[in-house]
Structures are given as C-alpha cells and as structure tokens.
Design a protein around this ligand. Sequence first.
Ligand code: KG4
Ligand code: ZN
Length: 336
Amino acid sequence: MALALAIETSCDDTAAAVVDSSWRVHSSVVESSIDQHRAFGGVVPELAGRAHLTTIGPVVHRALRDAGLDPRAPAIDVVAVTSGPGLIGSLLIGLSAAKAYALAWDVPFVGVNHLEGHLFAPLLERPDLRWPLVTLLVSGGHSMIVRQHGPGEHVVLGETIDDAAGEAYDKVARWLGLTYPGGPEIDRLAGEGDARALQLPVSMTGDDFDFSFSGLKTAVVRATQKNPEVSLADVAASFQGAVAEQLLRKLRRTLETYDDVQGVALAGGVAANSALRRGVEELARDFAIPSLLPSLSMCTDNAAMIAAAGLHRFAHDGPSEFSLSARPNWSLSEVS
Ligand code: KG4
Ligand code: ZN
C-alpha cells in the first residue's frame, strides 16, 4: 500500500495530509491565513504567499507526526502537491516545498490539479459509491457540473460564464458590510430570514448546464437600494434562495439528461451551504440515488483530497518531472 504526503497552498490555506492508497486519511492539517486578509475584504496574494512560507514547514511536520511518522525520515512513497489552478505566489511555495521534500527523501512527486482534488473529497468519505456520478463543484473560484465515470475520469458539462458561486457570496457579503469570507455569514443569516422578501432573478434558465451569478449580485445591490427597509436576514435569505435555485435547477436538468447516474455529489467551499445541501438531498431522493455530501472540513480546501487525487494520478500517469511549473489557470478540462 502506497502512502502519500500531500501539500496544498493554492489560496490562503496552508495544508498537509498523509493518506494511503485505500484512501484512509492518516492525518490532515489546515492552517488558514484568513485573519490577515479579512480587513481587505478578500485574499491578498502577497500576504497569502508570505504566510505559506512561514507556515509550510510546521504544517508538514505536524501532518507527519499526527500520522505517526518520523518527520526526519518518514516512510512516504510519493509527495503530491497542488500545482494549479490558484495564486501563482502561493502555488510556488507549495510546489518548491514538495520538490524539496521529495528530493530529500528520494521519492517521486506528482503535481495535482486543485479542482480534481475537490472532486476526490466526496469519494474519500464514501467507499461504497457507485459510478457514474454527477458532482456540483462550487467554490470561491469555480462553479461547474462534472460527470465522472470513475476516479479521475471526468467531463465538465457546464460552468459559470462569469462569477463563481462563492465569489458572488463574497461580493454580496461585502456589499452588505459582512466580513470576508461572506458565505458562512450569509448562510447563517439566511436561516433567520424570509427568502420571499426580495424578488431576485434566477439567471440562466436555458437548456444548457452553465451558470451566471454576476447579474444576481447587481440585482441584490439594486433591490437593497430600492427597499432599504428589508432586513439583512431577509436579503441574505432571498439571495441564498436565488443561488440555490439556479444551481439545483441545472443539477436537476443534468440528472434528467443522464439517467444512468448512480449518485449526486457536492464539492468545494460552497458545498458547506445549508440550502444547497438540503436541496441536493431532496434531489437525490427524487431520483432515488444516494447523495454524497462531504463533511464541512472536506468541502473547503484541504490536502487530504489532494493526496487522494495525487495517488490516482501517480498510479495512472507516473511521477511528474522535477521541472514541473505552477499553472495558475490550469483548467479541469485539460486533466485527462
Ligand atoms: O473551496 P474553497 O475553500 O476555496 C476555493 O478554492 O475557492 O471555497 C471558499 C468559498 C468562499 O467564497 C466562501 O464564501 C464559500 O466558499 N463558502 C460558502 C459557505 N462556506 C464557505 N458559501 C456559501 N455558504 C457557506 N456555508
Ligand atoms: Zn478550493
């Protein structure tokens, strides 16, 4: 059985994990620099890069110790690392560290696509799953519907044509004066509000599987200016309702189109959203298939999912060259 150490530094989280080839997670450590970014209303790339540089060593050390390994000479078979997409300065810190560890321990290393990592997150917790799967991958940087025929075999059916779902949450939260990242706060407020308070448009009602969220963000700005008496909770509930409705409509369309699907999964930071989780459970019931909802720590960025994707890539494609560079715009469609 192969044991992987994985490193993830694509955005503001410095993460390391040890996972084996049967997908058992031996350790998973995540250290966030989010507190440094809050005052700026978003992740500041230079601050994120500097934070990774000081945090990466201790985080890897802790992941190895938590897994019961000797940090000086761990019995690791492969080092996996996110090599894109993400912030270039952040990616380079993780990639350099991964190469250094692999060289020092004389083991191969493998570069992993961050989005493919997210697709492995629901799989890690559900060894009983059956294929094919449809996954709604929604994060701060991406929103897409993916059809998976097996681990690492995926086809992107649709994606956002402008903002990502998480980005829309963060921008609306900023407009409402809430702290960054806005998703969790809007989700919490929405629980206390009335989703019918504001009339917001549900975009992209066509037959494709694509999304659009920038018009909704503008609609929230206009509606709140026109109706200043509507409470924050009601605005949050109305916005959350419109986002969930668009995502769930397209997901329903996918399940209607592909009737061989054996499960519907959620992945990415927005997969933590309560309305979306409820909606996907309902959808799964309607289509009599299982829903795969990752635990909250598996939804947001972590290195365990990168380890699982890395073990798969290593087994199928072999190691990466040590000359591998970071790819800030590496799309999932380019990963075969
Ligand atoms: O996957 P992730 O941790 O980082 C990226 O790769 O982007 O996702 C972070 C995003 C942020 O935009 C955040 O506001 C959003 O996920 N998010 C949520 C919730 N929790 C996190 N959005 C809606 N509802 C939530 N409960
Ligand atoms: Zn992510």
